[in-house]
Design a protein around this ligand. Structure first.
Ligand code: AGP
Length: 612
């Protein structure tokens, strides 16, 4: 997720763009750039934060009352000066900023290269710039028509602003799948990914809709049409939200925003990797190592914290679906216990930040013993992404809240795709079963949206248990790692002690803890162990424990024995973690808020543990 901002009007553009980018830095912050038009087209861009861009542009010509700016969250191409936006072409007439993913950039780049276009960067955005320029110069059409024709050839998500020396008095903007807001001032326009850079200049905004193109000009003209060339009437809204609220998308905390982003972040994790109709699944980033994975004697997974829980889910997925032996290791233990590793092993390192010291060290140990090491990271170009032999990005977008939520479900999504692609290659999963899971995986973003509707109910339950001193989380099978994750969510943001346990394991000790003061969250969605989990619930109930049950929609049995029951949509059992984790995230969030805790920055914690 990147931040884009643009200005056209009577004022100097540079200060407006820089302050706009600072407002958008929460959306992405690994590189930044600005383009200004003042007769010349001046582009200044570099790796690093907006402050690094300011330092870079300090002595440069920053004149111009039309300009575009971008702060990047890398998806294609590591964060560096060349991959930073804005992008231009060899001709140097037009320049573009982009937030989104052009899925078919590969074939487009190949075709444009064959027509003589030269590329500097690894990005999909530079391909789009060349496609627009190719049409603009070959078809002899105006810039907005060139943009419209180009976007009809594009597959994927975009929010773009295009500026050209040859059309100095206008900006062309368009969106599909990524947000774009137009602030309407007096003979001036402010364009941005969201309203945060706009609200200090004007409260009047137009929200561009998917597949719409906007043309704004220096004389105050605003015209909108669809990429099918249908004219649309702009509808001006008046902004009510405060600036601070806007950075959080109207949510009270980044964590709640990120919990609610999961339908989209999971969709982004699946984008270009799953075609359920065709029965296709694949992760391009590890295609060169696919055979190694398929033929691996075992897979060793290394991670910390929530990422370690994602690895535990993967253990069930790889063994259940792909019949590959898996060992899950805490990176901090793995690196010191003199493990037995050989070149026949495939190691998968999972990390949101890509900077966790223990995981990095475990990677180096595995590589030194000849193992193949793959990465699953959220931050493009992070240390772990660069130290592994290959990997797949989760594309969850920046996760600002210290407690990991959308990164966890994005990791599980990518690991599910990996397990399915191995299963398909090995032919160990009946085709009908494989197809059924693929079709269900395609539906998960919508089902997550449905699961999020338990927010009010989880808030009510939080009211009852906000003063609890202990929680127990129980789950079986695929839900056991979710029980661990639910316990971690609660303890790290509410400071209530919580433990996750395999439900059957409870009678081997933890049952001694059960009394009327002990809330017990039971994940009871499994079909395969349903009767067993009911027995576990009865065991807790018989000792006065207070049951909060997470059940599949329509469950009639458990609602009669549990004190509280939260329903989530039905799904194929291997995909359950993507849904059963949602109510646990919300429960932890609401309890922490009621306890007055700093939800986004809990005490003693850091978003990335870059030290041992
Ligand atoms: C999870 O909510 C925590 N913030 C923490 O356990 C985190 O998952 C762990 O530190 C690993 O971080 P990483 O995924 O960036 O490697």
């Amino acid at each position: 997720m990147c931040g884009i901002v643009a200005y056209i009007g009577q004022k100097e553009a540079y200060p407006i763009l820089i302050s706009g980018l600072q407002r958008l830095e929460y959306r992405g912050y690994d590189s930044a750039g600005i383009a200004l038009l003042n007769g010349d087209l001046n582009i200044y861009k570099c790796a690093g934060k907006v402050s690094d861009l300011e330092a870079f542009a300090k002595e440069k010509n920053k004149k111009g009352n039309i300009g575009i700016g971008h702060t990047r969250w890398a998806t294609h191409g590591v964060p560096n000066d060349i991959n930073a936006h804005p992008h231009t072409t060899e001709a140097g007439d037009l320049t573009i900023i982009h937030n989104g993913i052009i899925e078919n950039y590969g074939p487009l780049k190949k075709e444009l290269s064959e027509r003589g276009h030269k590329f500097q960067s690894e990005t999909d955005t530079e391909v789009l710039a060349n496609l627009i320029e190719h049409i603009y110069s070959q078809e002899n059409v105006d810039l907005e028509e060139a943009v419209r024709i180009a976007l009809n050839e594009v597959v994927g998500a975009y929010a773009i602003v295009v500026m050209a020396k040859s059309t100095p008095n206008k900006l062309i903007a368009a969106r599909k799948g990524s947000p774009l807001v137009i602030g309407v001032g007096d003979n001036e326009f402010f364009l941005a990914s969201d309203a945060t850079p706009i609200v200090e200049h004007t409260k009047n905004v137009v929200y561009l809709n998917d597949e719409e193109i906007a043309v704004v000009d220096i004389n105050g003209g605003l015209n909108i049409k669809t990429i099918q060339d249908k004219v649309k009437t702009p509808y001006i809204h008046e902004l009510e939200l405060k600036l601070e609220m806007l950075e959080k998308g109207g949510y009270d905390h980044f964590m709640l925003k990120e919990i609610n982003e999961q339908p989209n972040s999971i969709k982004d994790s699946l984008r270009g990797r799953l075609n359920a109709q065709e029965g296709l699944v694949g992760l391009g980033g590890i295609k060169d190592y696919h055979k190694r994975l398929v033929n691996a004697d075992r897979i060793i997974m290394i991670a910390c914290g929530t990422s370690w829980h994602a690895c535990l889910v993967a253990e069930y997925l790889f063994e259940d679906l792909a019949r590959v032996p898996v060992e899950v290791e805490y990176a901090s233990e793995f690196r010191y216990r003199n493990p037995i590793i050989s070149e026949k092993d495939v190691v998968i390192a999972v990390s949101q930040s890509g900077e966790t010291a223990d995981t990095l060290a475990a990677i180096e140990l595995a590589k030194s013993k000849g193992a193949t090491v793959l990465g699953v990271c959220n931050v493009v170009g992070s240390s772990i992404a660069r130290s592994t032999h290959a990997g797949s990005y989760t594309h969850a977008g920046p996760e600002i809240g210290v407690a990991s939520t959308k990164a966890f479900t994005a990791q599980v999504t990518v690991l599910t795709l990996m397990a399915l692609s191995i299963a398909q290659e090995k032919g160990v999963l009946p085709k009908s079963e494989f197809q059924k899971i693929l079709r269900e995986l395609d539906l998960i973003p919508e089902k997550v949206k449905e699961a999020l509707k338990c927010d009010e109910q989880s808030q009510e339950i939080a009211t009852t248990f906000q003063d609890a001193t202990n929680f127990l989380y129980l789950g079986r099978g695929y839900n056991f790692p979710v029980a661990l994750e639910g316990a971690l969510k609660l303890k790290e943001i509410s400071y209530i002690h919580a433990e996750g346990y395999p439900a059957a394991e409870m009678k081997h000790g933890p049952i001694a803890l059960i009394d009327e003061h002990m809330p017990v969250v039971v994940l009871a969605t499994n079909r395969s162990a349903y009767d067993k989990i009911i027995s576990n619930i009865q065991e807790v109930k018989a000792r006065g424990g207070r049951i909060i049950a997470i059940v599949s929609k329509g469950d009639k049995i458990i609602r009669d024995i549990a004190e509280f029951t939260i329903e989530i949509p039905e799904t194929e059992e291997p995909l359950t973690p993507l849904l059963s984790t949602i109510p646990l995230q919300l429960l932890a969030y609401h309890i922490a808020v009621m306890r007055g805790c700093n939800v986004d920055q809990p005490r003693n914690l850091a978003k990335s543990v870059t030290v041992e």
